[in-house]
Design a protein around this ligand. Structure first.
Ligand SMILES: Cc1cc2nc3c(=O)[nH]c(=O)nc-3n(C[C@H](O)[C@H](O)[C@H](O)COP(=O)(O)O)c2cc1C
Length: 424
């Protein structure tokens, strides 16, 4: 994985699950970090391919508890962030997941008592030998790139000394959050102290702290000399911060996030937490929307709050229908899907052909549909295809669990990187 000139979604507990990472990537994030996952939890997990959702899940053995969910679409940009205080356990946990992610990162910046009391997060900053042990163990035993994320130390020279030591372990990049352990989020990030680290190191440094607008990416790059920038709260409040075309309205971003949560069957607690953070920033949890989100018990309830019942129904129906077909050992065909009025479905007869779009409740006339490219590569039928429906509809993600038609798959061999252009 390349770490130069990248826009990066920061790790965020209970926020950075699969739908939010995909949302940020849709808007332009190049690298997306998972929420921090503790090694103790990960070592108890087994890997399961979830055909029902189209995801790869890491599930706590003997339970249904999904600790980490990813999918092939994000394989080349997702960074698995881990909390650890022990090199051997960290390696064991990383080995379970490393083939399904682009990199493994160690959190060395979290100041919360839960992390620090367990010797993790910011507690590591005062233990350079342990840092060295963890990072070199991972580096020597994994083919996957290894990185870490730190906070600033008390003095700039201390931070630089630690960063140099970290660089020597062979990590691929270092993310620096420009705050010290006692600093609060409202305290301004010290971009000048990130600059000291950038000038002392030759590996890429990812600058993090106080990026709230697209223009801030450039401001922090100039101030620190870093070529890559990581953003947390700015993305949490409006994930379209990554878009060079300007921010989308937060209400639209929120709906897109709810849809992705439905499509990827996100943990409802994570979706609620993320929505609440968005609402608290732009509005107030005391208003009806906030109260309804708090009251929601599942994704169906949230779909109702946001007028997405139809989308929820389509996704659920598709899944049950697909499962029935699988039980009968049948592949869903184009005719099946048209007849069953599932999600709008595209069929294409060859390169540069206008796609034929089936009708569906989301697109009743089956017309006036633009396909966004390059979103479907024919040699990876698992990658979803995005359709942009005419306003006021929103984009629709073709679910990976709906296989493409046989004829399409057959043709794929002859033009493997075909890209859809606009079609009407
Ligand atoms: C909701 C939330 C959750 C966070 N969770 C993590 C985490 O899991 N791991 C981590 O290294 N940092 C975590 N952070 C810190 C951010 O990654 C980032 O370093 C910090 O918020 C500064 O960036 P910002 O000014 O862009 O918000 C979290 C921050 C927020 C707001």
């Amino acid at each position: 994985m390349e770490y130069e000139n990248k826009l990066v979604l920061a790790p965020m507990v209970r926020v950075g699950t699969l739908p939010f990472r995909l949302l940020a990537a849709d808007y332009g994030a190049d690298i997306t970090y998972s929420e921090e996952i503790i090694d103790h939890k990960m070592v108890k997990c087994g890997r399961k391919v979830n055909e029902y959702i189209g995801s790869t899940d890491f599930v706590e053995k003997g339970t249904d508890n999904i600790v980490f969910r990813t999918c092939s679409q994000e394989r080349d940009r997702v960074v698995f962030q881990m909390g650890t205080s022990d090199a051997v356990r960290a390696l064991k946990a990383a080995q379970i997941v490393c083939k399904d992610v682009a990199a493994v990162d160690i959190n060395m910046g979290c100041p919360k008592s839960f992390s620090v009391s367990g010797g993790m997060g910011a507690a590591l900053l005062t233990k350079p030998d342990l840092i060295n042990d963890i990072l070199t163990t991972l580096r020597r035993n994994l083919d996957t790139p290894v990185t870490c994320k730190i906070r600033l130390l008390e003095s700039s020279s201390d931070t630089v000394e630690l960063a140099r030591r970290i660089e020597k372990t062979g990590v691929s990049a270092l993310a620096v959050h420009g705050r010290k352990v006692p600093d609060r989020p409202r305290d301004p990030a010290k971009w000048n102290e990130i600059a000291d680290v950038v000038s002392a190191l030759s590996i890429p440094v990812i600058a993090n702290g106080d990026v709230f607008e697209y223009d801030d990416f450039e401001h922090i790059k100039v101030a620190t000399g870093a070529s890559s920038v990581m953003v947390a709260r700015g993305a949490l409040w409006n994930a379209s911060i990554f878009s060079p075309n300007g921010k989308a309205h937060w209400e639209d971003v929120k709906i897109e996030y709810v849809r992705k949560s439905i499509l990827w069957d996100n943990d409802v607690k994570s979706t609620k937490h993320t929505l609440k953070e968005m609402i608290m920033h732009y509005s107030c949890l005391e208003f009806p929307e906030g109260k309804a989100v708090i009251k929601s018990e599942n994704l169906a309830d949230l779909a109702k709050v946001y007028g997405e019942e139809e989308y929820y129904r389509l996704v659920s129906n598709n899944r049950s229908w697909y499962l029935v077909q699988r039980k009968k050992n049948r592949k869903p065909t184009w005719a099946h899907r048209k007849r069953n009025r599932l999600e709008p479905t595209a069929r294409i007869s060859g390169p540069n052909q206008t796609p034929e779009i089936s009708n569906s409740p989301l697109n009743p006339k089956g017309d006036n549909v633009k396909l966004l490219g390059p979103l479907l590569s024919f040699n990876s039928p698992n990658r979803p295809l995005l359709l942009l429906l005419p306003p006021p509809s929103r984009s629709v993600c073709f679910s990976p669990w709906l296989p493409l038609t046989d004829s399409l798959l057959h043709k794929s061999e002859s033009f493997p990187s075909f890209t859809f252009r606009a079609g009407t």
